[in-house]
Design a protein around this ligand. Structure first.
Ligand code: PEP
Length: 253
């Protein structure tokens, strides 16, 4: 954590939570985090539950994220969701390029870049995910992979727009595996990402942007991760699906 950067804790529900379950979870969560003022809290329900979540969290300190969007404004793109649809449903953020989308749905640095630019054009705040696989890490390709994902994802994003981007570092080997990167390992890559942003933009922009860590974050390990200078938040899968654990995580000391 850094005094200049406001922590951002986001839950990525993935393909979990019907609208009914969403109402229940969000209603339980709201009072548990009502006193939080110094950090951003974000929920990322699946598309069909966004309206239910928006209903429950209206007027609270919780923001809404979608888990994906399409890069075109509208048209013949069966099964896709546009930025206007997300804005109209109450979303402020959108998660882009999650490793599951890269791995199973053909997401590439090029499509991530198109989506980041579309989100920014429309006024959604992108949470752009990057991260290496275990094979890439073991082959000594960490710098190369992260550098390529950051540069590719941010291609042609202006300096002004860059200030609105959140980057999530999610080592693929730590997602849903119970295997967290150590705070030192995570901070090292966060510093690498910040350095990359510095080289693409300016030192000021690099110092200002928020970089979340994701990968088996729990109420038990969040404080040690957040104690590191380059870790500005968490993107949380499993532990965001229960109101008590997500609230405990948000309320880290
Ligand atoms: C994620 O989905 O972004 C994630 C980090 O999942 P988990 O916390 O379950 O590892």
């Amino acid at each position: 954590m850094h005094p200049k950067r406001r922590p951002i804790l986001a839950g990525n529900w993935k393909m979990n939570m019907t609208a009914t379950q969403t109402r229940d979870l969000a209603s339980k969560l709201v009072p548990l985090v009502a006193n939080v003022k110094d950090r951003d809290i974000v929920l990322g329900p699946p598309f069909t539950s966004i309206a239910a979540a928006a209903d429950v969290i209206r007027g609270t300190n919780i923001g809404l994220a979608a888990q994906n969007l399409h890069w075109e404004d509208k048209g013949a793109f069966t099964g896709e969701i546009s930025a206007d649809m997300l804005l109209d449903s109450g979303c402020k953020y959108v998660i882009i390029g999650h490793s599951e989308r890269r791995q199973y749905f053909g997401e590439t640095d090029e499509t991530v870049n198109k989506k980041v630019k579309q989100a920014l054009k429309k006024g959604l705040l992108p949470i752009m995910c990057v991260g290496e696989t275990l094979a890439e890490r073991e082959a000594g390709k960490l710098n190369e992979v992260i550098g390529r994902q950051v540069t590719g994802g941010l291609k042609d994003v202006s300096a002004d727009d860059m200030k609105k981007v959140v980057i999530a570092y999610e080592p693929v080997w730590a997602i849903g595996t119970g295997k967290t990167a150590t705070p030192e390992q995570a901070n090292e890559v966060h510093a690498l990402i910040r350095g990359k942003v510095r080289s693409l933009y300016t030192a000021d922009i690099a110092e200002g942007i928020r970089i979340q860590y994701g990968g088996s974050v729990t109420p038990e390990n969040v404080s040690q991760l957040m104690a590191k200078p380059d870790i500005d938040g968490a993107l949380v899968g499993g532990a965001s699906l229960k109101p008590d654990s997500f609230a405990a995580l948000v309320n880290f000391k």
